[in-house]
Every structure is written in structure tokens, then in C-alpha cells.
Design a protein around this ligand. Structure first.
Ligand code: NAD
Ligand code: UDP
Ligand code: UDP
Length: 313
């Protein structure tokens, strides 16, 4: 049994990760400031004697004793990370420094939840880890993109300078139950709109692409990445390489919900990447992992979650 810290543990991905780590018999410390995460996400874990919850902001130093750290704390949807962009950068950068300082003091292994946004609006497709990206340093998305890029820099400098055991995973669009219903991300938006019979808001002409990974596949890959040999640092892409246009996604959600909603076209947000799809060759080689849940199957489970949740929306 290991003592494992999950920052951002009350969020969408973090809550699923806490659950899986507990199932494996580990002692889990969930640290979250509840900016976008909720107690609802982890309510079912309270009472488990191996689970501990701490309300805390990782931009402040944290002194605890743990064996491993999964650093997930950071708002992930454009609406939320642009709400207070300075705090977003602080969470990524000061948060990373604090978690790396903690890992250094207690000699813990540490994994960073990085993002496909480090590739920006990419001119290489699909994106391999070797691609340096095309990121606007001064745009609306920069607090998130550049914050995450700086966090990667810090991880690699702590590895080079202090020989820390690090793992950097670059997560591509992931969806599933416990996504925040109002966070503006495309899968949750479309499902909530379809269930309420509201217009489905496609931004631009809907020809931009994304590849959607179901949360269970993603969490499995993250846990495998943490368990790679010490000389493996990443960065490593994790996500589902099956690519869809946003218009296809809208049509699929309408079909699977049986909704009467109409598709409407709204302006495209600034710096919105035109295409995104992970090259997961490295993940399949090193982690012996490829995603197994198809979009239709994952959407079914996510729609089921939002049907229940929509009574309280
Ligand atoms: P989320 O918003 O549901 O979870 C983030 C959690 O971090 C929330 O519970 C929030 O309250 C917490 N948090 C934010 N700032 C904090 C701070 N300063 N101190 C402590 N806690 C703080 O988002 P998510 O989708 O679960 O994303 C988790 C991580 O994965 C993020 O780092 C995100 O950048 C990364 N990621 C997610 C996706 C995706 O598609 N979901 C894609 C790429 C990267
Ligand atoms: N830190 C922390 N928990 C610890 C150890 C360090 O939060 O258990 C923070 C500490 O506040 C510091 C940061 O991590 O600001 C970086 O620590 P490091 O030891 O790398 O650098 P230094 O303390 O020399 O600035
Ligand atoms: N999008 C959309 N309608 C919505 C929400 C998002 O068309 O209601 C588009 C958005 O412009 C982007 C894609 O869906 O092209 C994915 O958006 P999301 O915010 O989920 O993730 P990201 O842009 O970070 O990949």
C-alpha cells in the first residue's frame, strides 16, 4: 500500500483516479480547493478509511508525507481557466513548484497532468511528443497553455537538477461522468443541451476536429504511466486517436439522446485549434495501452450520468 497524493482530486479526472487508487488498496490524500471540483464527485469515497480529503490551494506550500503525487490541480475548461487567468498560471506554475519541492523533500515520484494544449493550434498532425507546438503566448488561452508548458519545464529541470522521478503525461480531450455540467466543454455542453431540448451550439462551421477519450481509458493510462521504470519521464501523449469533427459529435449526441434539439452555428472562440489528434505510438509501446472504449459507448454512459444529474441542474 502506498500513500498517494492526488491534487485536484475532487475534479472530473481526479475523482475517478482517487476511486481507482483506492480500489487498488492505496491510501489516498485528495487535495482540492473546490474551484471547479465538488464534494459531490467524491462524496461516495468519504468514509473509506483509506481516503482523506483536504481543502487546500496548491499555490501555497504543502507539507505532507507521501510516496507518490498525481498533480492534477488546475481548471481545465476554457470558461473556468479564463475566469481568473492569473490564478490559472499561478496554479500551474507555483503549484508545480510546490508539488516538486514536496516531492524532492519526501523523495516521492511525481506525475504531471499536462495537456495537448501545449501543442497549441498545431501545424503537425497528428501530434507526436517530439512536436514543439504552436502556441500564442499572449492570447486568451495562454494562461493555461503557457502555464502548463512552464510546468513541464519545471518538471524536467527538477529531474535534471535534483534527479526527481518525474512522469509527464499530455492528456487529450477526455470526457465522461462527473464532467462539470456548465464548464462549456463540448461533450458536456452538447449532452446537456440535447437533454434540455435546447439548441446545440456548434462553434464555427463545426469542421474543426477533436479526438475524445473516455475517462476510464485515460485513468488506466495515467496509472500505467506512474508505474513505468524510473528512467522513463515522458512526455507521453494519452488520449484516443479516433478523430471526429465537432459537427459529427453534435449529430451523434442528438442521435443517442433522441433529442429534438437543432444545431445552430455560433462564432468560433479565439485561438480555437482547428484539429487535434494524438499520436499514441509511444503510449502503446511503453504503457502497452490503447483506448478500448468507443465514442458511442462512452457517450452512452455519459448521457446516463447527465440524465440523472439534469434533474438537479
Ligand atoms: P477539473 O476542473 O474537473 O479538475 C481540476 C481540479 O483542480 C478541480 O477539482 C479544482 O477544484 C482543482 N483545483 C484548481 N485549482 C486548484 C488549486 N490552486 N489548488 C487545489 N486544487 C485546485 O478538470 P479535469 O478535467 O479533471 O482536469 C484535471 C487535470 O487534467 C487538469 O490539470 C487538466 O489541465 C488536465 N487535463 C484535462 C483534460 C480533459 O480533457 N479533461 C485534458 C488535458 C489536460
Ligand atoms: N515545498 C512544499 N512542501 C515541501 C517542501 C517544499 O510545498 O514539503 C515548497 C516550498 O515552499 C518551496 C517549493 O516547494 O517554495 C520549492 O521547494 P524547493 O526545495 O525545490 O526550493 P526552495 O525551498 O529552495 O525554494
Ligand atoms: N465547441 C463547440 N460548441 C460548444 C463547446 C465547444 O462547438 O458548445 C467546440 C470548441 O470551439 C472546440 C471544440 O468544440 O473547437 C472542443 O472544445 P472544448 O472546450 O471541449 O475543448 P478544447 O477546445 O480545449 O479542445
Amino acid at each position: 500500500m502506498k500513500k498517494i497524493l492526488v491534487t485536484g482530486g475532487a475534479g472530473f479526472l481526479g475523482s475517478h483516479l482517487c476511486e481507482r487508487l483506492l480500489e487498488q488498496g492505496h491510501d489516498v490524500l485528495c487535495v482540492d480547493n473546490f474551484f471547479t471540483g465538488t464534494k459531490d464527485n467524491i462524496a461516495h469515497l468519504i468514509g473509506n478509511r483509506n481516503f482523506e480529503l483536504m481543502r487546500f490551494d496548491i499555490t501555497f506550500p504543502l507539507y505532507v508525507e507521501v510516496d507518490e503525487i498525481f498533480n492534477l490541480a488546475c481548471p481545465a475548461s476554457p470558461i473556468h481557466y479564463q475566469f481568473d487567468p492569473v490564478q490559472t498560471t499561478k496554479t500551474s506554475v507555483h503549484g508545480a513548484i510546490n508539488m516538486l519541492g514536496l516531492a524532492k523533500r519526501v523523495k516521492a515520484k511525481i506525475l504531471q497532468a499536462s495537456t495537448s494544449e501545449v501543442y497549441g493550434d498545431p501545424d503537425v498532425h497528428p501530434q507526436p511528443e517530439s512536436y514543439w507546438g504552436r502556441v500564442n503566448p499572449i492570447g486568451l488561452r495562454s494562461c493555461y497553455d503557457e502555464g502548463k508548458r512552464c510546468a513541464e519545464t519545471l518538471f524536467f529541470d527538477y529531474w535534471r537538477q535534483h534527479r526527481l522521478r518525474i512522469k509527464v503525461v499530455r492528456i487529450f480531450n477526455t470526457y465522461g461522468p462527473r464532467m462539470h455540467p456548465n464548464d462549456g466543454r463540448v461533450v458536456s455542453n452538447f449532452i446537456v443541451q440535447a437533454l434540455k431540448g435546447e439548441d446545440i451550439t456548434v462553434y464555427g462551421d463545426g469542421s474543426q476536429t477533436r479526438s475524445f477519450c473516455y475517462v476510464d481509458d485515460l485513468v488506466e493510462a495515467m496509472m500505467r504511466a506512474m508505474n513505468t521504470p524510473d528512467d522513463f519521464t515522458g512526455p507521453i501523449n494519452i488520449g484516443n486517436p479516433k478523430e471526429f469533427t465537432i459537427l459529427q459529435l453534435a449529430q451523434q449526441v442528438i442521435a443517442q439522446t433522441g433529442s429534438k434539439s437543432k444545431i445552430v452555428f455560433n462564432p468560433l472562440p479565439s485561438d480555437d485549434p482547428k484539429q487535434r489528434k494524438p499520436d499514441i505510438t509511444l503510449a502503446s509501446d511503453v504503457l502497452k495501452w490503447t483506448p478500448s472504449i468507443e465514442l458511442a459507448q462512452g457517450l452512452e454512459k455519459t448521457i446516463g450520468y447527465f440524465r440523472v444529474k439534469s434533474n438537479t441542474l
